[in-house]
Design a protein around this ligand. Structure first.
Ligand SMILES: [Zn+2]
Length: 147
């Protein structure tokens, strides 16, 4: 051993039962360090018997009182989004309603094979986009759940 006695940290580890072999050997042969370890064991046992600290007031109610209250009415940004959605639907729906005769006649003049091709490509793109969206959602959920 290149030093005379153990450090405070080594003795505390011994008193907690987490010492390595050289520390145990030193304590077996040294009365001074054995006495210090006994002091630490006494301190640790007294600390274990102390009651757990607890607040004498309700922490949750104090914290909740400090939090900002959620707004019940729609804020301006949400109103803008609803207005844009309505405008988009109206810009599609009104012309379809006004030109409905020509609109449905437009599809009767297309070759059936071309129509099937358009439908097939559209379905393929929708399925592909849906699968991608679902994978991205699962990845984000797994990140949030620490998986
Ligand atoms: Zn010693």
């Amino acid at each position: 051993m290149n030093k005379l006695h153990l450090s405070e940290e080594e003795i505390q580890q011994y008193a907690l039962g987490r010492a390595d072999l050289s520390t145990k050997e030193h304590i077996r042969s040294c009365a001074f360090c054995e006495a210090r370890a006994a002091d630490y064991r006494l301190i640790f046992s007294e600390l274990d018997q102390l009651p757990k600290p607890a607040f004498d007031f309700n922490v949750a109610s104090l914290v909740l009182a400090q939090l900002p209250q959620p707004e019940t009415s729609l804020d301006r940004r949400e109103r803008w989004i609803y207005l844009l959605v309505f405008a988009a639907l109206a810009s599609i729906g009104i012309p379809v309603y006004l030109f409905r005769i020509y609109f449905f006649k437009m599809f009767t003049d297309i070759l059936p094979e071309a129509m099937y091709l358009v439908i097939l490509v559209t379905l393929f793109l929708l399925v592909f986009q849906g699968v991608e969206m679902f994978r991205k959602y699962q990845k984000q959920i797994n990140t949030l759940n620490y998986k």
